[in-house]
Write a protein of this length. Structure first.
Length: 131
């Protein structure tokens, strides 16, 4: 849409050195971010909330995984812009809730393999809310 603003996230090390710039497009007035180790590799990953779902009910983040070998955050195509993300009870896994509406919602559980560096869907449920 035409309602986006270009911006960039600047990542600095603790001594103030600029480490990385991440270009982003922001489509609402109050972007936010949080750090959460989504893949349980011991490093904080970046969840960047730059837009809202049309009905405004779910904040949907772009997910940037910290890759220690690269010393950079890399955008996860698998998890970004998919839905509401929370940690699963399983090690290295997250739950994603999306397509939420009056009838219900869909949840997916994705787990990260430290060996392959890839996410794999291990569970999918359609939850129907009784009227």
């Amino acid at each position: 849409s035409n309602d986006t603003n270009r911006a960039e996230i600047q990542i600095s090390s603790s001594d103030g050195q600029k480490v990385q710039k991440i270009p982003v497009e922001i489509s609402f007035s109050s972007p936010a971010f949080e750090f959460l180790d989504v893949n349980d590799d011991g490093y904080s990953d970046l969840l960047l909330y730059t837009y809202e779902i049309p009905n405004g009910s779910i904040p949907v983040p772009d997910v940037y995984l910290y890759i220690p070998k690269l010393k950079k955050f890399v955008k996860s195509k698998t998890l970004s812009a998919k839905g509401e993300i929370s940690k699963s009870k399983k090690q290295g896994c997250v739950n994603i809730i999306f397509e939420r509406n009056i009838e219900g919602y869909i949840t997916e559980e994705w787990c990260f393999s430290l060996d392959t560096g890839r996410w794999k869907m291990v569970n999918k449920n359609e939850v129907t809310l009784s009227q």
